[in-house]
Unconditional design. Structure first.
Length: 81
């Protein structure tokens, strides 16, 4: 929600996308709310499990970093458009 309380669309997520990792990585509350427009199956990982996966798998860590970088790039492009 923006300052006036209205909802703002941020992005569409495709199959296999992850979200919510920023809250864990920053140790803060969520910055957005996800709303499904079609039926979806969501896997919810407890923070401890995500931490374990990131420690044990460089691929998981790399995928999270790539996801965050992609979002940042998208936001940068939107800001200069």
């Amino acid at each position: 929600h923006g300052e006036n309380g209205q909802e703002h669309f941020l992005t569409d997520l495709s199959s296999g996308a992850l979200f919510g990792e920023m809250a864990y990585l920053l140790g803060e509350g969520r910055t957005a709310t996800a709303v499904a427009t079609t039926p979806v199956l969501v896997l919810v990982l407890p923070p401890e499990m995500l931490e374990t996966l990131m420690r044990q798998s460089s691929r998981v860590s790399r995928d999270i970093i790539r996801s965050l970088c992609s979002r940042l790039e998208h936001m940068n492009q939107a800001a200069v458009a």
